[in-house]
Every structure is written in C-alpha cells, then in structure tokens.
Design a protein around this ligand. Structure first.
Ligand code: DC
Length: 231
C-alpha cells in the first residue's frame, strides 16, 4: 500500500488526447501536470522566431548554440486550471500550437542537445513526485522508475479529426488532409528517431481511446491508479 505521491508517466502518439487526460488526472489527484511536448514546441517556436529554422530546415548548430538563451518555465493559470508555458517571460501557449510549429517540432525534438536540456529540466520538476507528465519518453528515459506508466494511442484518422476540430474552432485555416499527414508523419518521426524514440515501456499499460469518452478513460484510470496504490 502506497501513501506517497507517485510519478505518473504518460507517453503515446501525438493528438491522442494525452494532455487532456493528464490534466484531468492531475486535477483529480491534486498533482502537478507537466506537458513536455509544450517544452519541445517552445524551443521550436524560439528557433523559428530567431532564424534557426527556414522552410522547416533546421540549423542544428544554431539551435544548439541558442539553448542557453531559452528560458522556459510554467506558471499556473487558475482560469484554465493548468499551467501556461513561458519563454523568456512571454506567455506562448497560443503560439506553440500552430501548424507551423507542429510541422517543425519533430526535427527540433530529434536534436540530442535539445533533448538533454529538456530531460534534465523535466527530471528536476518531477523529483519530488506528485506529477503527471506527458510526452514520448517519460516512462522510458525521463522517469524509467515511474510507479504508473500509461501508453496512449488512438487510430490516426480519429486523432486527425480531433485536432482538425480544435484548430478550426480557433479559426485556423487548415484542411483535414493536411492535419492527417502531419499526424502520420509525426508518428513516424517520433518512432524512428535515433535518440529516445517513442516506444512503449515494457511495464507500461496501454490505453487505446479511439472509441472511449473522457468519462470512460477516467474510470479506466481510477481502476489502474487504485491497483498501483494498493500494491
Ligand atoms: O505532445 P505534442 O504533440 O505537443 O509534442 C510535440 C512534439 O514534441 C512531438 O512531435 C514529439 C516531441 N516530443 C518529444 O520528442 N518528447 C517528449 N517528451 C514530448 C514531445
């Protein structure tokens, strides 16, 4: 029986609702939610704004030399019930979710120096437990000893349709085909990159939410969480 606050690692494909799920769990448990994808997006945004990515071609040396100038932090936003991400004091939650950033983030997240910096920050943020961290390598690299590891996935077209709805609701002019291609190409890039590719940790449990409501996912989580805490 555990009575301490544990680390919950959530990895999986892009756009399968990891952040929504992780945020809901964190709120329910009173844990801190950390969206590590937002951190890779923040570095990508900075690189785009400072000329280190042109037409999605990344200048790896330039990005590496910029890393010390990129100060990332999260501040809790009570209106959203989650933390907003800041780069050098600027709140960039909106700017990091554009299709331009989505198209370039895989390339940036495959740079070793970028991963080393962000992984070290993530380990620091989660060192006392009581965190729900979502990403691609949380259960395999960042916290290989996390007490509860969840590997989330969903059908690629279901994911594309979800993201399409989100982006068009914000007024972005995008097509479903474009989003679908982005989802499929990011899956491939995430799973085949040389450093820390996305893969299910051996001790992770799989949640395929293609045909599950948020409520059903929360019921599933409660069962798994109780099982871990009682062990
Ligand atoms: O979760 P997301 O789609 O916002 O993540 C953006 C990108 O960042 C994704 O294409 C892969 C990368 N990423 C990563 O390599 N490692 C993580 N821990 C989180 C995200």
């Amino acid at each position: 029986m555990k009575n301490n606050k544990i680390i919950i690692a959530i990895d999986g494909h892009s756009s399968c609702g990891k952040s929504t799920f992780a945020k809901a769990i964190a709120a329910r448990l009173g844990y801190i939610f950390i969206d590590t994808g937002a951190m890779y997006r923040a570095v990508t945004l900075y690189a785009l704004e400072h000329g280190a990515i042109k037409s999605c071609i990344t200048d790896e040396d330039m990005i590496e030399s910029m890393l010390d100038d990129i100060n990332i932090n999260f501040r809790f936003n009570p209106e959203r019930g989650a933390s907003d991400i800041y780069v050098n004091g600027e709140m960039v939650e909106g700017k990091i979710r554009t299709i331009e950033v989505s198209n370039c983030v895989s390339a940036v997240s495959s740079i070793g120096a970028v991963r080393r910096k962000l992984v070290a920050m993530q380990q620091q943020m989660g060192r006392n437990g009581g965190v729900v961290m979502d990403g691609r390598d949380i259960g395999t690299v960042v916290f290989p000893d996390a007490e509860l590891k969840i590997y989330m996935t969903a059908d690629a077209m279901v994911r594309a349709e979800r993201r399409y709805k989100e982006l068009t609701a914000k007024g972005d002019k995008v097509s479903l085909e474009e989003i679908y291609e982005n989802v499929v190409s990011r899956d491939k890039a995430d799973m085949t990159r040389a450093i820390s590719p996305l893969r299910k940790a051996d001790d992770a449990i799989v949640l395929d939410n293609s045909h599950m409501s948020v409520e059903e996912q929360m019921e599933w989580f409660d069962r798994e969480f109780n099982r871990v805490m009682e062990s």
